[in-house]
Design a protein around this ligand. Structure first.
Ligand SMILES: *Cc1c(COP(=O)(O)O)cnc(C)c1O
Length: 410
C-alpha cells in the first residue's frame, strides 16, 4: 500500500506503539512527565540517544502522533506542533535570526507577524526589511550577507497578493538564505510548498486543520531540502547534521527554551480535524469561488478580490502555484468605511468574527479590528483599506450565504 493518496494516508498513519487497549483514536496522554526503569535509561533519553518521552514541554505521544500524520502526508523531514501559529512563527525566526541580521519580507503580513518582526525582534536588533516581494529585482537588491530569511505569506491576508515563489527561492539559494513561508491560507494537499523551493513552512493549524475552530495551534514543517552551511546560526549544526540542522537547532534548543509546545488535548482535536480537512476545504473553496463570481456582479460591491477569478492580476501565477481553488477567503470593497459597518451590522447568518476557515462563514472589517492598533499611515503602508470586508467562507449552502450577503448590501 505504498502508493496511497493524501486522504488515505491522513487517516491511516500508523501509531508509533500499539495501544494496549487497541484504541482506534490516539489516546490523550494527559501527563507532564514519564517514568524510567533505570538511571541509565534516563541518561540515554535525556542525552537524546533514544526517542523516549521525558517531559511534555519537549515531546508528548499524542502531539507526536499529530506531527507524524503531517509528516506522512507532506513527506517533510520533521514537523513540530506548537500552541499557536504565532508560536510557530516566533520559534522559526528565533532559530535563524541574530542581532544584526535582517529578514527580507513584505509589509503585507498578518498583523501580529508584522508586529513580531518590527517591534519584538526589532528590540533585539533584528531588522525587518520590508520590500515588494512581487519584484524579484528589488528582493535581490535587499538581500545581503546578514539576511537570515526571506519570509512571506503565500497569499497575503487580506491584500491577497501572490509572489513568485520559485524565483524568490532561487534568489535565496544563490545567497544561502532560506525561503520561509506562512502557508496558512492554502492547505498542504493543494499547495506543495517544497516543490516551490520553500525551506520551512509555517501553518496556523487553528484554521483549516482544527476542524470547526476548536482550538489554537501552529506547525513548523521542515522540508529538509535547504543547505544551511551559509546560515550564521545554523552553519555549526549543519557541519554535524547536514540538512537536518534546522530541526536539531529548533528541537534541541529554541523550542525547549521558549516552551510553547502543543498540548495533548489540542493535538487530539486537531488530529481529528485533519482527517476531514480535504473534504471541508473542497466545499469551502468551491463556495468561495462561487461567491466571488456572484459578488462581482452585485450592486454596491466596488471590487472583489480572490486570486481564483480570471480577472485577478495574480490569476495565472496563483493557478500555477495553488490550483483552481486558492483558499476559502475573499475580500470585497464597498463605498466607504460607513458602508462596511452598515453591511456588517445587517448580517444575519454570516458571523461577525475574526479567525479563518471555521465551518461557519465569518466576516470582518480588517482596518478597524486586526489593524486597529496601527496608525492610518501605517495601514496605508500595508495596503489596508477602510473600504474592505474580509470573508472567510464556511460550509453553509452557497445560496443561503449569498442571500445573506445580498440583503446586508441592500
Ligand atoms: C491566523 C494566522 C496566523 C496566526 O495564527 P494563530 O494560530 O492565531 O497564532 C498567522 N498567519 C496567518 C496567515 C494567519 O491567518
Amino acid at each position: 500500500m505504498k502508493t496511497t493518496r493524501f486522504e488515505t494516508r491522513l487517516l491511516h498513519t500508523p501509531y508509533e506503539k500499539q495501544d494496549p487497549y487497541r484504541a482506534l483514536s490516539m489516546p490523550v496522554y494527559h501527563t507532564a512527565a514519564y517514568e524510567f526503569d533505570t538511571a541509565e535509561a534516563m541518561e540515554t533519553a535525556f542525552c537524546g540517544r533514544t526517542s523516549d518521552h521525558a517531559y511534555s514541554r519537549i515531546t508528548n505521544p499524542t502531539v507526536q502522533y499529530f506531527e507524524d500524520r503531517i509528516r506522512a502526508v507532506t513527506g517533510a523531514l520533521s514537523v513540530t506542533a506548537l500552541n499557536s501559529g504565532m508560536a510557530a512563527i516566533s520559534n522559526v525566526l528565533m532559530s535563524v535570526a541574530y542581532t544584526g541580521a535582517n529578514v527580507v519580507t513584505s509589509p503585507h503580513l498578518f498583523g501580529n507577524t508584522y508586529s513580531l518582526l518590527k517591534n519584538t525582534l526589532g528590540a533585539f536588533g533584528v531588522e525587518a526589511r520590508f520590500c515588494d516581494l512581487t519584484n524579484p529585482d528589488e528582493v535581490r537588491k535587499r538581500v545581503d550577507a546578514n539576511t537570515c530569511a526571506i519570509f512571506l505569506e503565500v497569499i497575503t491576508n487580506p491584500q491577497l497578493e501572490v509572489a513568485d515563489l520559485k524565483s524568490l527561492a532561487a534568489i535565496g539559494r544563490e545567497n544561502g538564505v532560506p525561503l520561509i513561508a506562512d502557508t496558512t491560507v492554502v492547505p498542504f494537499h493543494v499547495f506543495h510548498a517544497a516543490q516551490f523551493g520553500v525551506a520551512i513552512e509555517i501553518v496556523s493549524s487553528t484554521k483549516y486543520i482544527s476542524g470547526g475552530a476548536t482550538s489554537i495551534g501552529g506547525l513548523i514543517i521542515d522540508h529538509g531540502t535547504f543547505d544551511w552551511s551559509r546560515s550564521v546560526r545554523l552553519k555549526e549544526p549543519c557541519a554535524q547534521y547536514g540538512a537536518g540542522a534546522f530541526t536539531v537547532k529548533l528541537r534541541k534548543e529554541i523550542h525547549r527554551n521558549l516552551g510553547a509546545y502543543m498540548t495533548p488535548q489540542v493535538a487530539y482535536m486537531q488530529t481529528l480535524g485533519l482527517e476531514s480537512m480535504p473534504v471541508r476545504f473542497e466545499r469551502q473553496a468551491a463556495t468561495c469561488l462561487e461567491l466571488a463570481q456572484r459578488l462581482q456582479s452585485t450592486a454596491r460591491v466596488e471590487a472583489v478580490n480572490y486570486t481564483g477569478l480570471p480577472s485577478n492580476p495574480y490569476y495565472e501565477l496563483s493557478r500555477s502555484q495553488f490550483g483552481a481553488y486558492p483558499g476559502a477567503m475573499l475580500t470585497f470593497d464597498l463605498a466607504s468605511r460607513e458602508a462596511c459597518f452598515t453591511f456588517m451590522n445587517k448580517l444575519r447568518l454570516v458571523c461577525r468574527a475574526t479567525n479563518l476557515f471555521d465551518n461557519k462563514t465569518l466576516a470582518i472589517h480588517p482596518a478597524s479590528t486586526i489593524y486597529g492598533g496601527f496608525t492610518e499611515e501605517q495601514r496605508r503602508g500595508m495596503d489596508i483599506s477602510q473600504k474592505t470586508i474580509r470573508l472567510s467562507v464556511g460550509l453553509e449552502h452557497p445560496d443561503d450565504l449569498y442571500a445573506d450577503l445580498f440583503q446586508a448590501l441592500g
